[in-house]
Design a protein around this ligand. Structure first.
Ligand code: NAD
Ligand code: L34
Length: 301
C-alpha cells in the first residue's frame, strides 16, 4: 500500500486552515513564518517556494528573506537576531545547505529556540532527546505523523534508519525509540515510539543483513536505489526520505526525482511504502506549518 504523503499533507493543511480561521474569528492576528534563503540552489528555491505557498493556502503569513551567496556570516547572524526580537514573527528557518564559508552550527545556534520551527537548535534537539516539550524538526515530525495516520504501530518493532544527519537520521531515530510520553500538540492521538532502533551510515558493515531484520526501514542517505529488494523482508514498511535528481531528457525539466529506494522492485514486498515525489516531501512542508502554529500558540510575542 502506498503511504500517500501528498494526500495526508492536504488533509492536514485543511485542518490547519480551519484552526487559523478560528483564530482570526477570535480577533487574533495570523501566525507568521519567515524563511531565510541564502544563494540560488535550485532545489532549495523549489522547497522554499513550496513552503511559502503552503503557508498562504492555510492563512499563515510568510515572508521570504533572500540573500546572495556572498553574504557574510555576520550579516546573517545580525538578521537572525533581528528576527529573534521581532514580535510579529512566530517562527523562522534558515534553509540548508548554506555556502561553505558560513558555519552552519553557529548560525543554527543563534536562533531563539522558541522560534526554531525547524527544531534544529541544540536546545530543541536536547529537549526532544529528554522527552520534554519541544519543536521537532519537520521531516521527522512528518514521518511520525504519516505513520500515525496510517495506524502503523512502532512498539517493539525493529526500525532501521539509514543516514545519521542532524536533520533526519538522528532525530527520527530518537523519536521512534522513545517512550511515547512526548505527545506533540496538534498531533494524532496515537502516539508512536517504543521501537528498537538501529542507525546505519556510510561506515556500517553488512547493511544488507541488518536491513533484512527490519520491520520498518527509513532511508535518508541521498543515494538512488540504495535500498534494493534483496535487502528487505516480506511485509516491511519503507519510508523513503531521499530526494535525488536524475537526468531524464524525456521530461520537460531534463531530470526526474527519485528516492533512495529501488521502488519498482521493493514495493511488491512492502506492506507500506512512500513514493518519491509525493511521500515524505509534502509531509516535511506541512510539519513546518504545524510547528509554526505551535510556536504561535506557545509564545505570546
Ligand atoms: P546527508 O545528505 O547529510 O547525509 C547522508 C547520510 O547518509 C550520512 O549520514 C551517510 O553516512 C549516510 N549514507 C550515505 N550513503 C550511504 C550508504 N551507501 N550506506 C549507508 N549510509 C549511507 O543526510 P540528509 O540531509 O538527511 O539527506 C539525505 C537525503 O534525504 C537527501 O537526498 C536529501 O535531499 C533528502 N532529504 C529529504 C527531505 C524530505 O523532506 N523529503 C528532508 C531532508 C533531506
Ligand atoms: N533548514 N533545510 C532546513 N529545513 C528543512 O526542512 C530542509 N529540507 C531539506 C533540505 N534543507 C532544509 C527541506 O525542506 C529537504 N527539504 C524538502 C522540502 C520539500 C520537499 C523536499 C525536500 C518537497 O516538496 N518535495 C516534493 C517534490 C519537490 C520537487 O518537485 O522538487 C515531493 O513530493 O517529494
Amino acid at each position: 500500500m502506498i503511504l500517500d504523503g501528498k494526500q495526508i499533507a492536504a488533509d492536514i493543511r485543511a485542518e490547519l486552515k480551519e484552526q487559523v480561521s478560528e483564530l482570526l474569528a477570535q480577533g487574533k492576528r495570523a501566525p507568521k513564518l519567515a524563511v531565510i534563503l541564502v544563494g540560488h540552489n535550485p532545489a532549495s528555491e523549489t522547497y522554499v517556494a513550496n513552503k511559502i505557498k503552503a503557508c498562504q493556502e492555510v492563512g499563515i503569513d510568510a515572508e521570504k528573506i533572500a540573500y546572495d551567496e556572498t553574504i557574510t556570516q555576520q550579516t546573517l547572524l545580525t538578521e537572525i537576531h533581528r528576527l529573534n526580537n521581532d514580535p510579529s514573527i512566530d517562527g523562522f528557518i534558515v534553509q540548508l545547505p548554506l555556502p561553505e564559508h558560513i558555519n552552519e552550527s553557529a548560525v543554527l545556534s543563534a536562533i531563539d529556540f522558541r522560534k526554531d520551527v525547524d527544531g534544529l537548535t541544540p536546545e530543541n534537539v536536547g529537549r526532544t532527546v529528554q522527552g520534554l516539550p519541544s519543536l521537532v524538526s519537520a521531516t521527522p515530525r512528518g514521518i511520525r505523523e504519516l505513520l500515525a495516520r496510517y495506524n502503523i504501530a512502532t512498539e517493539g518493532k525493529h526500525v532501521v534508519v539509514i543516514g545519521r544527519s542532524n536533520i533526519v537520521g538522528k532525530p527520527i531515530a530518537m523519536l521512534l525509540m522513545q517512550r511515547p510520553y512526548l505527545s506533540l500538540p496538534g498531533m494524532s492521538a496515537s502516539s508512536l515510539g517504543d521501537a528498537t532502533v538501529t542507525i546505519c551510515h556510510s561506515k556500517t558493515q553488512d547493511l544488507d543483513a541488518i536491513c533484512r531484520t527490519a520491520d520498518i526501514i527509513i532511508v535518508a542517505a541521498g543515494s538512488p536505489k540504495l535500498l534494493t529488494a534483496n535487502m528487505v523482508k516480506e511485509g516491511v514498511v519503507v519510508i523513503d526520505v531521499g530526494i535525488n535528481r536524475v537526468e531524464d531528457q524525456t521530461t520537460p525539466r531534463g531530470y526526474r526525482l527519485v528516492g533512495d529506494v529501488d521502488f519498482e522492485n521493493v514495493a511488491p514486498k512492502a506492506s507500506y511504502i512512500t513514493p518519491v515525489p509525493g511521500g515524505v516531501g509534502p509531509m516535511t512542508i506541512v510539519s513546518l506549518l504545524q510547528n509554526t502554529l505551535q510556536a504561535y500558540k506557545e509564545n505570546n510575542f
